[in-house]
Write a new protein. Structure first.
Length: 433
């Protein structure tokens, strides 16, 4: 992964950060890097995520999924970090797989039913993912999926993999039915777990190269150093922090590859849940080039100066020529390809923002494959950890999320939680027809 922060400089954009400011910030980056290195060396909670390229065992994952390696479809039952990392990988590489990856990461009953009704369950596998084994949404969907398999006359115990912690209801279930199981790694928050079994079971079932994913991540880890000018991940993390401090409190992640749309969703969770503490943190926004340059770009170029646009662009991809046409005003397209049009759209959008003095950063991948995806996932995680150090927040906790989880359990009769009582205190001002 390469990073170009030129269009975020104060000489180009407002808000922007000067080269002199970046050099001063680099001293803080060096201090933060020392803290990150210590955390990694000691296996501290959260920092342990940056050790995953060296500690994840692909052979262990392959052994666990071997009983369902012939599946035509895999249903991953999880939510948030238990699904988004895996979905980022399999959606990016979907054209290379004969196995359909389905993610039940919502409890919308109509949506869940539509998936279960269309799949051939006899040739479908299940991967249920929850560290605690008590996540309400995940357990509810798993019970629904299990019931659908039983109703179809399919033995779900022959088609299920469990990815969970050392203890809890899912661990008990796995032990009781002798299900293949993998461990959610200790010290790794869910949103940082894409490069572990949490994110890679689906990749293996779908036939992707686990070693290449980890090698790409490891190559990115090798770039971590005490200077943002030597490390792409730190350059991105430090620049986003500096721009936020200068008023760019919104970060629009805009990949120029359809296959990377889910990567923007994964980034949104990573950035929001990790950095949104103590009234600090950028608000991540998801966009897709070229689709959203025909809508959202109007706001980014001419609206309030409170946004950074982050582009992700692969340098190589499969291409397709545009057929010739006898329509005079469109004849120029006949000399081009869809890939050339996509590149021109990206460069025009990037230049459009720079011409309007709006900060933007370019993240470059050579292509969308396992190696480059591993580097992108690791690079964004390292950037997020660095940004958390610069903000001075606990990057790895999520108290606001836990509050809502307790309220949900209380509302469903899962215990006595004062958070649930707050629901009844809602202030209403209804306008009805």
């Amino acid at each position: 992964m390469n990073v170009d922060i030129g269009n975020a400089l104060a000489s180009v954009a407002a808000p922007g950060v000067s080269r002199a400011s970046l050099e001063r910030l680099d001293t803080q980056v060096a201090d933060a890097h020392e803290r990150i290195e210590r955390g990694m060396a000691n296996g501290e909670h959260g920092y342990e995520a940056l050790n995953l390229p060296q500690r994840t065992d692909p052979d262990e994952i392959r052994a666990a999924v071997e009983p369902v390696a012939d599946a035509d479809a895999l249903i991953t039952v999880g939510i948030g970090g238990s699904a988004l990392g895996a979905a980022t990988i399999t959606n990016a590489l979907a054209d290379e797989s004969d196995t359909e990856a389905v993610y039940l990461d919502n409890v919308d009953p109509e949506w869940v039913s539509s998936h279960l009704d269309r799949l051939d369950l006899e040739n479908t596998a299940i991967n249920v993912v929850s560290r605690s084994g008590t996540t309400a949404e995940t357990l509810a969907n798993f019970l629904v999926v299990r019931d659908a398999f039983e109703s179809a006359g399919v033995d779900w115990t022959e088609r299920t993999i469990v990815t969970t912690g050392d203890a809890g209801p899912l661990r008990d279930l796995s032990d009781r039915h002798d299900l293949p199981s993998l461990k959610v790694p200790d010290g790794v928050p869910g949103r940082f777990s894409a490069l572990s079994a949490v994110g890679m079971v689906a990749a293996e079932v779908c036939g992707h190269d686990l070693e290449a994913l980890l090698e790409g991540a490891a190559a990115e880890a090798e770039t971590l150093s005490g200077s943002l000018f030597e490390c792409p991940a730190y350059a991105y993390g430090a620049t986003t922090y500096a721009l936020d401090q200068r008023g760019a409190g919104i970060n629009a992640m805009m990949p120029y590859a359809e296959s990377l749309e889910t990567a923007a969703e994964w980034f949104a969770q990573l950035w929001a849940e990790s950095l949104g503490k103590d009234d600090l943190g950028q608000t991540p926004v998801r966009a897709l080039g070229v689709t959203d340059q025909h809508s959202q770009l109007q706001l980014y170029r001419a609206g309030p100066r409170d946004k950074l646009v982050t582009f992700v662009t692969p340098q190589e991809s499969v291409d397709r020529p545009i057929p010739d046409t006898d329509v005079e005003n469109l004849a120029y397209l006949g000399d081009a390809t869809l890939g050339e049009l996509l590149e021109a759209e990206f460069e025009a959008t990037e230049a459009s923002l720079a011409a309007a003095g709006r900060p933007n950063v370019r993240l470059e991948l050579e292509r969308v494959d396992e190696y480059e995806l591993g580097g992108l996932l690791y690079g964004m995680e390292a950037a997020c950890v660095l940004a958390g150090e610069l903000y001075g927040v606990n990057t790895f906790e999520q108290p606001a999320v836990e509050w809502a989880k307790k309220a949900t359990r209380g509302l469903l009769g899962g215990g006595e939680f004062e958070e649930a009582e707050a629901v009844a205190e809602k202030t209403s001002l209804r306008v009805e027809r």
